[in-house]
Write a protein that binds this ligand. Sequence first.
Ligand SMILES: [Zn+2]
Length: 142
Amino acid sequence: MAPVARPDTNTLFHIDLTWFEKTGRDLREEMHAALCEDCRALYPMPADAGVVDRVHPLTAQVTRVDALWECLADHCGRQPDFITPATPLTTAIFRALLANGNQPMSPEQLRQRIRKGSAAAILKLLLGSEIQNGVVPFEAQV
Ligand SMILES: [Zn+2]
């Protein structure tokens, strides 16, 4: 058996979407709570934000995307108050990944994004005994 690499501040983490199913929590509700005021006015309830067509600006290829992910990545995540110094670290990490379209990020990248704590502190939190918001090490599919 190959030895398990010890996670460090360059280890990638992502939101495990199945964690929400397993723990009975509603990811879409959590995502909805992270929306800015403008987007919440647009989608008063999580169910109002359905699947929308996204047209690729260069190839004009149309893909179906979840409006909540779209909002968070393209709008809310770019607002200055999406992550503030008052945002708890666990929430800030979760929001950074939401705004990143759940593309995996390392503690170092997270620290740069959230401008809070240190990469070591973020790593320690992510490896804590309790999984926060489904954020776990990203394992490349083989
Ligand atoms: Zn927004």
